[in-house]
Design a protein around this ligand. Structure first.
Ligand SMILES: *Cc1c(COP(=O)(O)O)cnc(C)c1O
Length: 306
């Protein structure tokens, strides 16, 4: 079975786009699901279909749910996505347009997720976690395979971190090619800093609440595997503000004519917000993770506030 995700373009940033002279961008915003999530979710859902699954259930107010709906439809499965009551109507209609049934349950994701797990168990459906599963990490790791195939000699990888699934996939991708010394710059927004706080404490920390606008980074606790890999592999944990993340998303739209969420803006912003760190690298690679919760109207508001 062929993967569901695309091999996305690898572009060199235009002169002056960043303060650093040679930044490379892996354009996962161009995946048919609008984010990198299809890499891992597609891997997990394809395996489930091969094993005979007829139905999948996923709890996500955003890109994981949309990727699950996309993957399920492509493979002819019945898809149920559980959204928190606070999720936007726009995301719900995107998911429904892919043929999935949307249920609303719980004020926050944790409650939707418990409900989704129980529902999957009751129906004998495959449960799709948004960030904590080995097949997700294996799927996300494909982005590193592609960049190596594309021939880039990069010396650091910059990624946004929510629950840490993307981070874990990137670290696994590097390590399976023996690139154990290439550091990963793990970027979170202030108010969604679950990995940052866990690294400081030396153990997994559950944040009391998420206060960042970058909702796709809003996991109160990272996957244990993400923390383990951050302690094993050379990792720099950085924070940027919501305003910096939004400003970077608005700038990308103007410079490259591509819209991304503040979650993705966080990774882009880090290069300019932390120049002293990036001065150490010749050719940093930024994972442009994308996201569908963005619109012209939102970008305009972010340009003004940035
Ligand atoms: C899911 C997501 C993230 C965070 O990924 P994790 O695997 O949860 O760390 C970042 N950006 C976007 C656009 C996402 O959809």
């Amino acid at each position: 079975m062929k993967p569901l995700h695309l091999n996305t373009p690898l572009l060199r940033a235009a002169p002056g786009q960043f303060s650093h002279p040679e930044v490379w961008l892996k354009m996962d915003a161009l995946q048919p699901s609008g984010s990198f999530k299809l890499r891992g979710v597609g891997r997990l859902v394809r395996k489930a279909a091969q094993d005979g699954a007829k139905e999948i259930v996923c709890a996500s107010g955003g890109n994981a749910g949309f990727a699950a709906a996309y993957a399920g439809q492509a493979l002819g499965l019945t898809v149920t996505i559980v959204l928190p009551e606070t999720s936007s109507a726009a995301v719900q209609s995107l998911i429904e347009a892919r043929g999935a049934t949307v249920l609303r349950h719980g004020a926050v994701w944790d409650a939707s997720n418990e409900f989704a797990q129980a529902l999957a168990a009751e129906r004998g459906a495959t449960y799709v976690h948004p960030f904590d599963h080995p097949l997700l990490w294996e799927g996300h790791a494909s982005l590193i395979d592609e960049v190596l195939d594309q021939g880039l000699d990069f010396d650091a990888v910059v990624t946004a971190v929510g629950g840490g699934g993307l981070f874990a996939g990137i670290v696994q991708g590097l390590r399976r090619h023996g690139l154990n010394d290439i550091p990963v710059i793990a970027v979170e927004t202030e108010g969604a800093a679950s990995l940052h706080e866990s690294l400081k404490a030396g153990q997994a920390v559950t944040l009391p609440a998420i206060t960042s606008i970058a909702t796709s980074l809003g996991a109160r606790r990272v996957a244990d595997e993400a923390l383990r890999l951050a302690q094993l592999h050379p990792t720099h944990s950085l924070l940027v503000s919501d305003a910096q993340a939004c400003g970077a998303a608005a700038r990308l739209a103007e410079q490259m004519r591509v819209m991304v969420e503040p979650a993705c803006g966080a990774a882009l912003a880090a290069v300019d917000v932390h120049p002293e760190l990036f001065a150490r690298f010749k050719r940093p690679l930024v994972e442009v993770c994308g996201g569908v919760a963005v619109s012209l109207e939102k970008l305009q508001a972010w340009t003004i506030s940035a």
